[in-house]
Design a binder for this molecule. Sequence first.
Ligand code: CP3
Length: 351
Amino acid sequence: MTQPPCPAPTKTILRALAGERLAVPPIWMMRQAGRYLPEYRATRAQAGDFLSLCYNPELAAEVTLQPIRRYGFDAAILFADILLVPQALGAELWFAPGEGPRLSTVTTPAQCDALRPVTDIHDTLSPIYETVRLLRRALPAQTTLIGFAGAPWTVATYMIAGRGTPDQGPAHALKAADRATFQRLIERITEATVEYLSAQIEAGAEVVKLFDSWAGSLKGQDFDDFALAPARRIIAALKERHPGVPVIAFPREAGPRYQGFARATGADCVALDNGISAEWAAAHVQTDGCVQGNLAPGHMVTGGEALVSETRRIVRAFSGGPHIFNLGHGITPDADPDNVALMIETVRSCG
Ligand code: CP3
């Protein structure tokens, strides 16, 4: 007797990731749990600081659920941060109020050697897996749970500089001055990312996303070596351990290098920033499978007719293939929650 085929996924995000074109694109939003929501600010105040919120499974699950309750997004994204991986590897991490993240730096072979072994990261990260387990129990049946990690290059830029940088100068400088140490750091983060994402999937994440926020500053061969190759390695390892779990890759500001990225890395979907034209991406990226994006986050601040017409234009541009509607980058704290509702209403009425 022949085996029945695998059942087709029923959740809209999973259907789009499997390559299905849907009449109404599913929608979620980067940083959908965040400071633009009064209920987030209240829970964050209860937790104390941002890292305490990340490591408190009940409260992290609560803020993850808040935008689902308020808006009914098709996916929830685990509430955590890409910089928890460096912390789990032994870097010190703190958030200076109003200034963003600060880390102890890793720039020498000795500092690289002093990082904790990859197998030890779960000691630090186990509360995150508990958040995932709580969420799988609490989420509505139609809502997909997305786990995530930072891509090695983006995480390395923070570990090398000890902070966010406008041009990733310190990371580029180490890459030029001591390529062996730079390469070792990338490898260590790559291995840790496989273990971290794999543990999220085991805890119940149904999709994982790899954020390479600074991919756009890698040019030429560097893009191949440090954006493409680590993503390919991570995705191959995850596909071997967890076949069927889709991966979204976000090589932000990759420009023309978005073309072929899914094929070269094995990603099921490429997330697009708002610097790339939706019409161009439909012709050159969506031909390989699902795309996600790419409304400019500024529309969540300004709203109005421009929000509506831009949302419609993006839905229309991607209407010929699989598409998950999203912003091109995270929503900002000054956004108006009513504009988020308007975006969702527009997507769901014009599909
Ligand atoms: O999307 C989500 O809602 C899930 C949670 C999430 C956060 N950070 C929560 C967060 C995700 C997916 C991230 C990813 C992340 N973190 C990235 C990649 C995506 C991107 O934005 O490019 C990066 C580069 C970071 C590192 C980071 N974390 C920075 C630079 C900052 C400070 C800037 C800022 O927005 O304040 C953070 C803090 C952070 N991460 C906040 C949130 C909700 C704000 C913290 C607060 O509440 O004060």
